[in-house]
Structure formats: structure tokens, C-alpha cells
Design a protein around this ligand. Sequence first.
Ligand SMILES: [Zn+2]
Length: 100
Amino acid sequence: MSYHVTQLITGHGNFVSYLYGISRQESSDCTYSDARDFGKHTLFHCQKWEEHRGPAGITGLEPEGLTAYMLNSEDNWKAVEEFDRAPLRAREAEERRRSF
Ligand SMILES: [Zn+2]
């Protein structure tokens, strides 16, 4: 069993925080709107990432349902991981731009 899955099942820490690597985030604000909750907001509500939710299969999913959805199949797990990459990449690019 992988470290991440173990962490998930033991409930050690907030799952969304894990997804978005809270230690890497200076701020939890969304870059594209006024939302304060980067993790949940990005995954479930931000308009910026709406088009990515369909492929990830999380359209209409509630935050409480995410863990079960991901553990349901490896494809689901990978789809959410894939979704996770776009916002993180965009955010990292944004941070690099600011620091130069
Ligand atoms: Zn947003």
C-alpha cells in the first residue's frame, strides 16, 4: 500500500490539503477568484477548472464523496491526480512569474 493511500485511510490530515500539498502553499487563496479555500474551491467550485472536472469524473461530486470516489477504482484515482496537476502547474508558473 502506498504512503499516500495509507495516509488517506488513516485519515491523517485533511485529504484536500494533501492533494494540494499545503506545505508548498504560501497562501490558500485562489488565483482566479476571491475564494479563500484553494483546495476544495479549486477541485469543486472554481470556474477556471470547470472543463477539467468532466474528464476527472468529479462533476457534481461533493467534497465528502471524493475519497470514496478515488478509492473506487484506479482509473478514478488517476483521473483526480490528473486534474490535480493543471491547477498546481498554473500556480507554480504564477509564483515563478512573481518572483522574477
Ligand atoms: Zn477560483
